[in-house]
Structures are given as C-alpha cells and as structure tokens.
Design a protein around this ligand. Structure first.
Ligand code: SAH
Length: 244
C-alpha cells in the first residue's frame, strides 16, 4: 500500500486566502507536515489533524520524513507558505522522491504567492511584465543574483524581491538598490509589505532612492516599480497604457 503526497501552497497567512482545494486536501490527509511557523498558522483552523512539524533549514530531512510516511501508506500534506512551487517545498519534494526511485505520487496544490498578495495590498504594481528575484545567496551564487538584477533593470521589469534581507544578509539589498539605480530614477515608486495578510501586516510606500533607509526584514516583500509605475490615488500602479 502506497500513500500520497500533496505539497500545499497555503497562501500568505489567513484562512480566507487558502484555496478550497488546499483546504480539501489538508482535511483528507492523515498527517500535515511542515515548518513549525506554518503549522502554527494551520493548527487553529484544523485542530483535529495529526501534525509533524520541523525546524527551518531542514528542508531535505522534512521531505524524507514525508516520503517515509507516504511509504507506510499515509496521505501526507506538506505545507509551504504562499505558493509551494515558488521558492517553496514542491521542487525539493519531487527531487527527493525521484532520488529514492519511489513511485509515490506527488501532487502540487497552488497558493497565493507573496508577490501577488503584497501587490494587491499596494495597489496594482504588477500590471505589466515583472520578475521575481530572491536576494538569498544561500543556494544561488551572489554573482548570478547581481547578473539577474542587471537583466531585470535593463529590461525595465517591475521586480518583486523575495528574501530581501535577513540578519546574516544585510548588504545584499543595498547592492541590489545600487544596481537598479543604474537603470531607474531615484523617484521610482517602491512598495513593501511585511507579514502580508497576517496579524502584524504593514504596508509601506517609498522610492528607490529612499529604500536603503527603510526597515526591511525577511518577512517583507519589496516591489520595485519600473519606468511606467506611478502613485495613483495613493496606490502604486504600473501603467499599461489604456486611454483613461
Ligand atoms: N513560497 C513563498 C515564498 C517563500 S520565500 C511564496 O510563494 O510566497 C520567503 C520570502 O517570501 C520571505 O523572505 C518574504 O520575502 C516572502 N514572504 C512570504 N510570506 C510573506 C508574507 N506573508 N508577507 C510578506 N512577504 C512574505
């Protein structure tokens, strides 16, 4: 008897942003597994379930544990914040199952990612072409991140920055700002959201020139406008060009 693995994107935080499908698979799973912070968000919503929580930076071990449970015949939901396939657990889970030559079925359930939840709170900054960039150089070489910043800047893309700053990565955001200032004006609108759709939510507007003085942490998503981004009625909007 083999079980099944769902990798579930649970959205930014609150229950109202969890898709009905994500809720359904969590409800029908034998066990819900994931990083402790996310389990703590789900437990009050589904108090009757069995949980397997783990620490941060133990992603591969977490997936191996999930695979083991599925091998025993359990249906397991591995939860990940936002969308599980965007800097989340989905890819790792598929790789781990493949590395063990297992035939366990892995199904990915999509969720609302930080870029779109933050964008909705700021207005409509992602109205035209945009990129997401993670400033974490734990798994991606810093030189490659800088190369991508240049590409995004020279391409005049709106940029959603994930993992903008942590306690150990203080300088990365400063270098990113300096790099983008080579392509965009200091007045370029920037918005950032902390703890989107969670209790401690904060929504802020600034400019590319002022961003280095802002209080940005790892719970923040930063959206940097392009040459067509404006503040419209107090909200950040990237103009697509409709005649209004
Ligand atoms: N899979 C997640 C992203 C994980 S990477 C998703 O699709 O949203 C972790 C980064 O995502 C954080 O450093 C932060 O930049 C961003 N993030 C995740 N949840 C957030 C939230 N509720 N509010 C603001 N930013 C968030």
């Amino acid at each position: 008897m083999t079980g099944k693995i769902f990798v579930v994107g649970m959205g930014p935080g609150g229950q109202e942003h969890i898709s009905p499908k994500a809720m359904e698979v969590m409800q029908t799973s034998d066990i819900i597994a994931g990083y402790k912070t996310y389990i703590d968000l789900i437990k009050p919503i589904l108090p009757e379930k069995e949980y397997a929580s783990s620490g941060m930076k133990k992603e591969v071990e977490r997936c191996e544990e999930v695979m083991q449970l599925a091998k025993e015949g359990k249906t397991v939901s591995l939860i990940s914040s936002g969308d599980a396939g965007i800097y989340g657990m989905a890819g790792i889970m598929i790789e781990v199952v493949n590395a063990h030559n297992s035939n366990i079925d892995v199904e990915v359930i999509p969720g609302i990612s930080a870029a779109t939840s933050a964008a909705s709170l700021l207005g409509a900054p992602l109205m035209n072409d945009f990129v997401t960039l993670s400033l974490s150089d734990l798994l991606t070489p810093w030189e490659l991140i800088v190369k991508r910043l240049h590409a995004a800047g020279s391409g005049d893309f709106v940029i959603a920055l994930y993992n903008p700053r942590s306690k150990t990565r203080i300088k990365n955001l400063d270098v990113a700002i300096e790099t983008l200032l080579q392509y965009q004006k200091p007045e370029t609108p920037v918005g950032f959201v902390k703890h989107a759709m969670r209790e401690k939510q904060e929504v802020h507007y600034t400019t590319l020139g002022e961003l280095k003085n802002c209080d940005i942490d790892m719970f923040t998503t930063v959206i940097i406008g392009n040459s067509r981004t404006e503040m419209v009625g107090g909200k950040m909007v990237t103009i697509r060009g409709y005649k209004i």
